[in-house]
Write a protein that binds this ligand. Structure first.
Ligand SMILES: [Zn+2]
Length: 441
C-alpha cells in the first residue's frame, strides 16, 4: 500500500527535489567543515529551502573544539626535493617549521620499532596498522617523534581526512595522512637505508567554534519521540556529497513528506554538525535529552540503497523491525533482513550512551564511489538521483512504520545494559580510545 502524504498548501514554486537540493548545496558551498563559513552558509540555505516549503527549522546552537585547515606543507628534502601529497589530521596544531629524518614505524607493533632511533624523527606508519589514532599519538609521544606520516589506505594519490583527536584537544605533534604511493616510496628508500628527511610546516589551527544543529519537529498525538538524524558537516577536501550529503538529502525529503501530517509518535529530524571531528553535535543533542520519552533514534550516515535494517544491538527492536521487513513483501524484501550488530563512531553512539535505542541500515555504497569518502573526490557526481530516491523510499517507509507503531513506547537502557551493548560486540576498547565511556557522552 502506498502512503499518500497530505500536503499543506504551499504558495510559490515547488520545493527542490532532494537530489536537486543536494546538488546545489554541494556546488554552491563545497565541503561543509564545521566552523567554516561554507558550513554556516549551507545550513542557512537548508533552513531557507525548508522554509520555502513551509517547514520550520530551528537552530540548536552549541560550541565545540573546532579546527581549521591552514596552508600545511610537507616537503621531501633528501634524497631529493619534492612537495609531498599530504593532509593534516584534524586538531593538528600550527608549529614552527622543522626538518627531520624519517624513520619507518611499519605497523607500530613493539617488535617492529624496538631498538630504532626515533627521538626527534618523523615516523612513517603503514595504513594496515591496528593502532587507534589516540594510540598512535601515545606511541609518538612516548618515543619522542616530532611528526607522523600515516600512509593512506587507498591508492591513486588519495588522502583520507580524519580526526586526530576525539577529545578535541590539540594534537601534541603534527599527524598527516600521506598518499599511499609516496608513503611507500619513502618506505622503500628507508628499507635500503637511504637517509630520508622531510620538512614539515603546519599552519592549521584549533579554536573553539560556535555552530549549531538544525532541527525540524513534527508533533505527534503522543509526546513519545522518534529521532531521525543525519550529520550535516563534512570534511573540506571534497564536497561531502556521499558523506554525508546523502543523509542531508534523505532527511530533507523526509521533512517535506511529513508536512501537514500528525503521526502517533512525535518526530524530531536533526541535522548534526561536528560529526567528523568527534560527534560533537550528536553529543550535544543527546546531552540535552534529559529524561525525554524517546522511542528510538534512526541514524542516516552514508546510507546507500538499504539491503538490511540494523537494530545496533538493541534486541527489543528486533521483533518490530522483523514484522516491518516481512510486511514489505517479497518484491521489496531487504536481502539481509534484520541485523542486530552494534558499531561505534557515528551519531547514534552518543544516543546509545544516553540509553536510547538506535537503528541504522546496512546499505553499502558501491566501492567505486565509496573509496573516495573523506577525500577530494567525494563530489555530487558520485550521488545519482536514483540513489537518493530509492534509498529515501525505504527510509521513509521505516520512519512511517516507527511513527505509527503504538506498541513501541519510550524506553531507555540502564547504564549496565548500555555497557553490555559494547562488551557484547567487543567495542569497549574502541569506545574508550575515542574518549567516550558507557557512563554518558
Ligand atoms: Zn559520515
Amino acid at each position: 500500500m502506498m502512503m499518500v502524504a497530505v500536503r499543506s498548501v504551499v504558495l510559490g514554486a515547488e520545493p527542490l527535489s532532494a537530489h536537486a537540493f543536494l546538488e546545489k548545496l554541494c556546488d554552491d558551498f563545497g565541503g561543509r567543515m564545521t566552523g567554516s563559513a561554507a558550513n554556516a552558509g549551507a545550513m542557512e540555505r537548508l533552513a531557507e529551502e525548508l522554509g520555502r516549503a513551509g517547514v520550520r527549522a530551528e537552530r540548536m546552537p552549541f560550541a565545540m573544539p573546532g579546527w581549521e585547515r591552514g596552508e600545511d606543507r610537507v616537503d621531501l628534502v633528501a634524497p631529493l626535493g619534492r612537495r609531498l601529497r599530504v593532509a593534516a589530521l584534524g586538531y593538528t596544531q600550527a608549529h614552527a617549521a622543522f626538518e627531520a629524518l624519517v624513520v619507518s614505524l611499519h605497523n607500530g607493533r613493539p617488535a617492529e620499532i624496538e631498538g630504532k632511533e626515533m627521538r626527534g624523527r618523523i615516523g612513517v606508519l603503514e595504513s594496515t596498522t591496528a593502532l587507534q589514532t589516540s594510540e598512535i599519538v601515545a606511541l609518538a609521544v612516548a618515543h619522542g617523534l616530532r611528526a607522523v606520516l600515516f600512509i593512506n589506505r587507498e591508492g591513486g594519490g588519495q588522502l583520507l581526512a580524519r580526526t586526530g583527536s576525539f577529545s578535541g584537544a590539540p594534537l601534541p605533534l603534527p599527524i598527516y595522512s600521506i598518499a599511499q604511493e609516496e608513503g611507500r616510496w619513502l618506505q622503500r628508500l628507508l628499507g635500503r637505508d637511504v637517509p630520508v628527511s622531510v620538512r614539515v610546516a603546519t599552519q592549521s589551527s584549533c579554536r573553539v567554534v560556535e555552530t549549531a544543529n538544525l532541527v525540524v519537529r513534527v508533533p505527534g498525538r503522543e509526546r513519545t519521540r522518534i529521532i531521525i538524524g543525519a550529520h550535516f558537516d563534512s570534511w573540506d577536501l571534497g564536497q561531502g556529497a556521499m558523506d554525508n550529503g546523502l543523509g542531508i538529502a534523505q532527511l530533507y525529503a523526509l521533512t517535506l513528506a511529513w508536512r501537514g501530517i500528525t503521526p502517533h509518535h512525535s518526530l524530531e529530524f536533526i541535522w548534526f554538525n561536528g560529526e567528523e571531528q568527534g560527534l560533537w553535535g550528536s553529543r550535544h543533542a543527546a546531552a540535552q535529552l534529559g529524561d525525554a520519552p524517546v522511542v528510538a533514534m534512526v541514524n542516516l550516515d552514508m546510507i546507500g540503497l538499504p539491503i538490511g535494517v540494523n537494530a545496533l544491538g538493541d534486541d527489543s527492536l528486533v521483533p518490530v523491525l522483523s514484522r516491518w521487513v516481512e510486511a514489505r513483501g517479497q518484491a521489496a524484501r531487504l536481502p539481509k533482513g534484520v541485523e542486530n550488530i552494534n558499531w561505534v563512531g557515528s551519531d547514534h553512539t552518543p544516543y546509545q550512551l544516553a540509553g536510547v535505542r538506535t537503528i541504522t541500515f546496512n546499505s553499502p555504497i558501491p566501492r567505486e564511489s565509496v573509496r573516495y569518502y573523506h577525500d577530494f573526490a567525494d563530489t555530487i557526481d558520485k550521488v545519482l538521483p536514483q540513489l537518493v530516491d530509492d534509498s529515501g523510499k525505504v527510509i521513509g517507509e521505516l520512519v512511517a512504520m516507527l511513527a505509527g507503531e503504538a506498541s513501541l513506547g519510550a524506553w531507555r537502557r540502564s547504564p549496565a545494559e548500555t555497557e553490555q551493548l559494547y562488551v557484547r560486540f567487543g567495542l569497549e576498547k574502541r569506545l574508550r580510545a575515542m574518549g567516550l565511556g558507557a557512563d554518558g557522552p
